[in-house]
Design a protein around this ligand. Structure first.
Ligand SMILES: [Zn+2]
Length: 167
């Protein structure tokens, strides 16, 4: 799913007022991978090529020198990895600060939304890394029906939150 949709879903689904923290954690699984990739390319003195098709993009990521991006993506899209990172933070906020850090859940929410909206051809979500290579061959988020349907649902959810729940 695109970064904009992830940001909006984090803001609309998680309790509490809108915050930068919700957006940061909501896009973290993608940004950590693709920002690192851009930096690595820059350090190598190269520009990330522009891709005309998703197939072209995956061919580039599947080259031996770029395959680490796909591997890193598996780790940043693992519910187990995020569980290990977030659990101590959650405990700290909850028991020492007496706050419920809803924003932390934006990262696992990102992964749950990516699982059915990625397919085997384009960054399938191996959400049990490193214990299992299981992945779902879903409907890709860039397909018009999924893309438009997703934004329609986002708009409905925003509407529902603002005017029905009134918060
Ligand atoms: Zn993602």
């Amino acid at each position: 799913m695109d970064i904009m949709a992830h940001s909006l879903w984090s803001l609309v689904l998680l309790p509490g007022p809108p915050s930068i923290a919700k957006v940061v954690f909501g896009i973290a699984p993608d940004v950590t991978v693709f920002a690192t990739s851009l930096i690595v390319q820059a350090v190598k003195g190269k520009m990330q090529p522009g891709f005309k098709t998703r197939l072209e993009m995956m061919e580039w990521y599947n080259k031996p020198e770029n395959r680490w991006v796909i591997n890193l993506y598996k780790w940043t899209h693992s519910l187990l990895v995020w569980g290990i990172i977030l659990l101590p933070l959650f405990i700290y906020y909850h028991f020492y600060l007496n706050l419920t850090p809803w924003f932390l859940l934006a990262a696992p929410l990102h992964i749950l939304m990516d699982i059915p909206t990625h397919n085997n051809n384009s960054f399938p979500v191996q959400f049990l890394t490193p214990l299992s290579t299981y992945k779902v061959n879903g409907m890709h988020w860039s397909k018009p029906l999924v893309f438009i349907g997703n934004y329609v649902l986002i708009i409905l959810a925003i509407f529902f939150r603002l005017f029905v729940l009134r918060k």
